[in-house]
Design a protein around this ligand. Structure first.
Ligand code: 13P
Length: 251
């Protein structure tokens, strides 16, 4: 039985003090989530990671939004895995569509990051999803399949057992145009099939999230889908009331 996961991606939002306040306020929510066998987490900016990690419930997942695949070196503006580990951060998003669009994050680069993360026993949250043009041309599965195959190239079952995959159709991110539950389930089931082809039965243990305009009002419908194991939420994860609403509606 896969444990449900609610992960907030704060993107480039919140000053450190705001992130800290949220972390403290979320403490009882983590207690509540644990009772219902749900994992709760947030992905703050790099600058807020240390204080949030320090202030939140020890069972709350605190993820970086990105990471470099090299441990150190001449990579101006980047943060490495040992730097995250220094603060106890063991989760990182990889290949978010905003990074794919604005920062040339290719499947190949994602692959290097995922390999480096699993080598360090960290948990990658690998984001995949098609653009609006690809969706309209019926290319969703071809695009997502290539993202999964190339992003997870040369990995073995043992290395992906803790991996999380997030299906986020680009056209649904921050647009209010969320994918129907039928689309979300169909694509998440398809991703599981691709994972099964690549890695065998471990695919049944890999958590697959849906992301894109998830709100307290629609989260329950997504999480009722058999292959949707949780949600990666942007806008609706920023305010503690809304974040609590997301949790309450999947309990
Ligand atoms: P929104 O929930 O704001 O659409 O963002 C989704 C997302 O990109 C999460 O990573």
């Amino acid at each position: 039985m896969r444990k449900k996961l609610l992960l907030g991606n704060w993107k480039m939002n919140k000053l450190v003090a705001e992130a800290e306040d949220f972390g403290v306020a979320a403490f009882p929510l983590v207690e509540k989530a644990l009772v219902h066998n749900i994992d709760l987490g947030v992905a703050p900016t790099y600058l807020s990671l240390p204080i949030v990690k320090q202030k939140v419930h020890p069972k709350m997942i605190v993820a970086a939004q990105n990471v470099h695949f090299q441990p150190s070196g001449p990579y101006t503006g980047e943060i490495s895995i040992p730097m995250l580990k220094e603060f106890g951060i063991t989760w990182a998003l990889v290949g978010h569509s905003e990074r794919r669009s604005y920062d040339n994050e290719t499947n190949e680069k994602c692959n290097a990051k995922i390999k480096a993360l699993v080598l360090e026993k960290m948990v990658p949250v690998y984001c995949v999803g098609e653009t609006l043009a690809e969706f309209e041309q019926g290319l969703t599965k071809a695009v997502v399949s290539a993202q999964v195959r190339e992003g997870l190239k040369d990995l073995v079952a043992e290395e992906v057992k803790n991996l999380v995959v997030a299906y986020e159709p680009v056209w649904s991110i921050g647009t209010g145009k969320n994918a129907s539950t039928e689309i979300a389930e169909d694509v998440c089931r398809f991703i599981r099939e691709v994972l099964k082809n690549l890695f065998g039965e471990v695919a049944e243990d890999i958590r697959i999230l849906y992301g894109g305009s998830v709100k307290p009002e629609n989260i329950k419908a997504y999480l009722s889908c058999p292959n949707v194991d949780g949600a990666l939420v942007g806008g609706a994860s920023l305010k503690i009331d809304s974040y609590e609403g997301l949790l309450n509606n999947i309990i």
